[in-house]
Ligand binder design. Structure first.
Ligand code: GCO
Ligand code: MG
Length: 405
């Protein structure tokens, strides 16, 4: 069997997605997700200029060799563009292997460790009452775990709150430059505990609650937040500090028993090495789309298991249904799976372009037994929704200093 052609599709059925399609000489094809939010076309150029010409004629069953060829063989290891491109190719190869074997990908990984995949949704709001109302709606829909993000009074457009926009955090509308938001750490630190206190007063201790700091704090500030939130029993506190310097998490860890999660922007197992082997975190949030595909996620999960760390893959709307399906296969297998972030699949255009095998039921995702990843992609429909340049926002402190968004 040989790779005959590889096509890349860029579409915007609600937001931008980069889809990889590997076509083989016996007619079987595989699909992968290579979406890197805000930098989509850089990945497309990498795939088209530097990867596709090297893969034509190769045996698609050689997933491991192709992974090593693209990772070690380019000399310039790691990085979000390279690793997103590798991820898209890797997913499509696993899809092909599953289709040829007539087995869903989770079977190729070793079979199911669980029947259903626990997920957490997002409740956001402009104030505490609105956030808690939205939490109530998710509880009614069956969610057992919910991330709470709330606008900080006086700050214009805090992370995670929609602020009247229908497009998640960023407008999908050829906006020329990144939108800017204000940030103030002490106002945030004073406000967030009230949100969780009120959530527990209203909904009790049974619902699992989470919060994403989006790397806005220093280690000692994060330590203080973790400590203050202890009475509210979070499932985890996400991205409390940036992780280029992994030992920042050691400092947080020394001060709080609030479980810690990080990893959505990691590209490889190396980004998590010290965090895992020192047991500074509880959940590793690498994504199949950005950390090297199924081949790499499997290794990260196994490495994490040695250190009692569970997986909680990043599952935002800027990962396509192909990436979400790949997560579902991984999560079905991963013995040390924790929870999957999942906020549902947008509107009609998205479901018109991607036909996926996932069903949300009572706080969990269920996956069917279709061979491969189980997703189909409607190329004709995708053509109707063309790419729109869109940037994630940036943050500035009140004095104008650029901060982490
Ligand atoms: C999350 C994330 C996202 C990211 C987004 C960036 O926990 O889901 O932080 O919302 O901000 O995916 O592209
Ligand atoms: Mg996050």
């Amino acid at each position: 069997m040989k790779i005959k052609d590889i096509k890349i599709f860029v579409s915007n059925p609600g937001r931008n997605f980069v889809t990889v399609k590997i076509i083989t000489d016996n007619g079987v094809y595989g699909l992968g997700d290579a979406t890197l939010n805000g930098r989509e076309l850089a990945v497309v150029a990498y795939l088209e200029e530097h990867i596709i010409p090297c893969l034509i004629g190769k045996d698609p069953h050689q997933i491991e060799d192709i992974w090593q060829y693209l990772y070690k063989g380019c000399y310039w290891r790691r990085g979000p563009i390279t690793m997103t491109a590798i991820s898209g190719i890797d997913m499509a190869l696993w899809d092909i292997k599953g289709k040829v074997a007539n087995l869903p990908v989770y079977q190729l990984l070793g079979g199911k460790s669980r029947e259903k995949i626990k997920v957490y949704g997002h409740a956001n709001g402009q104030n505490i009452d609105e956030t808690l109302d939205n939490l109530g709606h998710l509880v009614d829909e069956g969610y057992k775990a919910v991330r709470l993000q709330c606008a900080i009074p006086g700050l214009d457009g805090t992370y995670g709150t929609l602020d009247g926009k229908k497009d998640y955090y960023e407008l999908q509308s050829n906006r020329p430059l990144p939108p800017e938001q204000l940030w103030d750490t002490s106002e945030y630190l004073n406000f967030i505990p009230q949100l969780f206190q009120k959530a527990r007063e209203k909904y009790g201790m049974d619902i699992e609650l989470l919060h994403d700091v989006h790397s806005r704090l220093t280690p000692i500030e994060a330590a203080r937040l973790g400590k203050t939130l202890e009475p509210y029993n979070l499932l985890f506190l996400e991205d409390c500090v940036t992780a280029e310097n992994q030992s920042g998490y050691q400092q947080v860890r020394q001060h709080t028993t609030t479980p810690l999660a990080v990893g959505e922007i990691f590209n490889t197992i190396w980004d998590a090495k010290e965090l895992l082997e020192n047991q500074w975190i509880d959940y590793i949030r690498t994504a199949v789309t950005h950390a090297g595909g199924i081949t790499a996620m499997r290794r990260i999960a196994d490495f994490a298991a040695i250190y009692h760390v569970r997986t909680a893959p990043h599952g935002p709307p800027d990962i396509s249904p192909i990436g979400h399906a790949a997560h579902a296969h991984l999560n079905s297998w991963t013995p040390n799976f924790g929870i999957q972030e999942f906020i549902g699949f947008g509107g009609a255009p998205l479901n018109e372009v991607f036909k996926h095998p996932l069903v949300f039921e009572n706080g969990h995702l269920l996956i069917n037994d279709k061979p491969g990843l189980g997703v189909d992609f409607d190329e004709k429909a995708a053509k109707k929704y063309s790419y729109k340049k869109s940037y994630l926002p940036i943050s500035r402190l009140r004095d104008g200093t650029l901060w982490n968004w």
